[in-house]
Design a binder for this molecule. Sequence first.
Ligand SMILES: [Zn+2]
Length: 187
Amino acid sequence: MHVRTLTGGLTAALLVSLSLTAGQAVAAPAATADASLAARVFTYDASGSAEFRSAVDRGAAIWNESVDAVELRPATTGQRANIRVLADNGWPRALPTTLGNGTVYIGRQAVDQGYDTIRISAHELGHILGLPDRKPGPCSSLMSGSTAGTACTNPYPNAAEKAEVEDNFGGLLVERAPAGRPEMIVD
Ligand SMILES: [Zn+2]
């Protein structure tokens, strides 16, 4: 894609995304006043998610419908995304780096056992948004993951999970970066 074909809005989103990717960069002075109102935009690249791509898009859309503080937006071609989503043959898992950043694996092992692909996608994205597993748990909980069983197809976070994400992204990201090395969250 030629840069000149980008709209102003996309260019702005790209700049925001890059400043977030660069890390715990302090928000630009001009944006500070709006920091509490505007959703934090994080881009995701689902180009490596193979047959799960539409499920990943749906999982991201569910988060966008569910919370105000953060928005997950598909990365444009060639754009370095905050979140990479990959398909593989293992168990679904997430490797959060900093809040809103990391890698998600949509593992075929769980899909082959009958677990719902949209619930898996929303669950793993939930880890990137700072949520831990809540196991065992009921189907009404997104972060109960596989413990809710294969019959559970609920891809929506419950009220507590939504509130936790709102809280995670409601303050300055710089204060929320986890210490130490990133750890893989399996399931
Ligand atoms: Zn999990």
